[in-house]
Design a protein around this ligand. Structure first.
Ligand code: NDP
Length: 481
């Protein structure tokens, strides 16, 4: 059975204690590889390697950092098919999604930051003829990067790329549930000639490896994407050490559909924003609010189209939904469907585990589920389910739907469907969210700030925001007379 290895100081090595964790294929429910069950000793080795590499990497000319990163980006593209297959097997997502979204985006993340540093300028503030201030931006040091399982390579590289582009060295931990493409990335980094110690990948559990990274005194900065509860735990550990923190956390995003929308486009995109990646994207619009005049029409057509979505083997080209990521996650999602029934909801589509045949009989499949008849403030509509489950709620006025939309503890993204220009701008400015998509979803320009408000996170990723995060500004003031 394939054994994943840690990537420390430029080498692929076994975990110090020699222990491994089973890695499951969610499509079959079977163990198919082994993951290092690393601990503090491995994190310590990784930190030492990063500390040794930092003095040189932090002053390596940006052109050279860029050249190596572009090579990594090219290698990801060259290996796209193999990486897409690996991602699909590890995570359960349809291969078509991994091939068109996850892996291309991982290549773009490296490409984007490899070129962004070539255009990155610091500020200068002149005080008439008295003095000039200029701002130096230097890499912070060793960055701890911790990422989740839903978009494994996509989100892992979204942190690593700006960190190493900025001149930081990295100790990173992918989710232990989906480690395979991070491991394959370490092989590509070696091939690209990334100097040893610049990127170190330590595999293992969050409560061991993740906690050791967060608590390490030589890691002054943590970039984390994951659940809100874990984010709070990280913040508790990091705050007394005054670490710089970027936390991208959970979401419970509203998808607001006005009667004057382009109906066909709204339905088509809502299928995606509800069920892409089995609903396991922090940006999915799991609470669908529909203006009353079109509620019944929307519901009828949406149900028809959702029932036609094929849940199947992720390797099949026509599977629109694959498996959810793990048995425990499947049980969690199913328990929320039960809760919705207890709360008075009606399941109008799906609502059950899908049992496939043959080698997929033990896989973790859930039918795309639509629920209606729930109060906006019940638990089903307030808590993050993170699966293929959406609720439908009618509304009458803008004020009413704004109240519903902002009623959760989260504020990551909001989706809006209307052809009324002034309403679109008015609503966008009033919605309490880090990202608002109008008449689209998941359309991403990597230059834009990305992140959430309230319990959806602290700080912003993307564009120069990330380069700011991984660097420390220093003002220099020169008196002219
Ligand atoms: P978790 O918070 O459980 O885990 C995220 C990462 O943190 C994993 O690598 C995990 O390791 C690690 N971890 C767990 N405990 C600790 C700890 N005590 N200290 C340090 N690290 C720890 O999230 P999930 O992996 O379950 O991902 C799903 C969540 O991520 C959802 O809430 C989703 O909304 C959110 N998310 C947010 C996004 C955003 O941009 N705002 C984007 C994508 C997802 P291990 O795997 O071993 O538990």
């Amino acid at each position: 059975m394939q054994k994943i290895k840690n990537y420390i100081n430029g080498e692929l090595i076994e975990p110090a204690a020699g222990h491994y964790i089973d890695n499951y294929n969610p499509a079959t429910g079977k163990v198919y590889s082994l993951i290092p069950d690393s601990d503090e000793q491995d994190v310590e080795k990784a930190v030492q390697a990063a500390l040794t590499a930092f003095p040189i990497w932090s002053v390596t000319p940006k052109e050279e950092r860029s050249r190596i990163m572009l090579k990594i980006s090219d290698l990801i593209e060259k290996n796209l098919e193999g990486l897409a297959i690996a991602e699909s097997i590890d995570n359960g997502k349809p291969i078509s999604l991994a091939r068109t979204v996850d892996i291309p985006r991982a290549a773009s993340n490296f490409h984007f930051y490899a070129t962004a540093i070539l255009h990155y300028a610091s500020e200068s503030h002149a005080m008439e003829d008295m003095a000039i201030n200029y701002t130096l931006r230097t890499p912070v040091g060793i960055a701890g990067c911790i990422s989740p399982w839903n978009l494994p390579l996509y989100l892992f590289t979204w942190k690593i790329a700006p960190a190493i582009a900025s001149g930081c060295c990295v100790v990173a931990k992918p989710s232990e549930i989906t480690p395979m493409t991070a491991y394959l990335l370490s092989e590509l980094c070696i091939e690209a000639g990334l100097p040893k110690g610049v990127l170190n990948i330590v595999h293992g559990y969050g409560h061991k490896v993740g906690a050791a990274i967060t608590a390490h005194p030589k890691i002054p900065l943590i970039s984390f994407t994951g659940g809100t509860k874990t984010g709070a735990e990280i913040a508790r550990t990091a705050a007394p050490m005054f670490k710089k923190l970027s936390l991208e956390l959970g979401g419970k995003n509203p998808n607001i559909i006005f009667a004057d929308c382009d109906f066909e486009k709204a339905i088509k995109t809502t299928l995606q924003s509800s069920f892409a990646n089995q609903g396991q994207i922090c940006l999915c619009g799991s609470r669908i609010f529909i203006e009353k005049p079109i509620y019944e029409k929307f519901k009828k057509e949406f149900i028809e189209k959702v029932k036609a979505l094929k849940v199947g083997n992720p390797a099949d080209a026509d599977s629109r939904l694959g498996a959810v990521v793990s048995k425990s996650h499947m049980e969690k999602v199913l328990s929320y469907i039960d809760l919705a029934k207890q709360e008075g909801g009606t399941i109008v589509s799906g609502g059950f585990q899908v049992k496939l045949e043959g080698e997929f009989a033990e896989g973790y499949y859930i039918a795309p589920t639509i629920i209606e008849g729930l109060a906006y403030n019940c638990r089903t509509n307030q808590e993050e389910i993170f699966g293929p489950v959406v609720t439908l709620t009618p509304f009458e006025t803008e004020e009413e739907v704004l109240h519903y939309a902002d009623s959760t503890q989260y504020g990551l993204a909001a989706i809006l469907w209307t052809e009324n220009l002034t309403r679109a701008h008015r609503m966008a400015s009033r919605l309490h969210a880090g990202i608002v998509w109008i008449n689209c979803w998941l359309l991403r320009d990597l230059r834009t700030p990305f992140g959430g408000v309230k319990s959806s996170g602290v700080g912003r990723e993307g564009g120069f925001e990330a380069l700011h995060f991984f660097t420390e500004p220093k003002n220099v003031c020169i008196k002219l007379k």
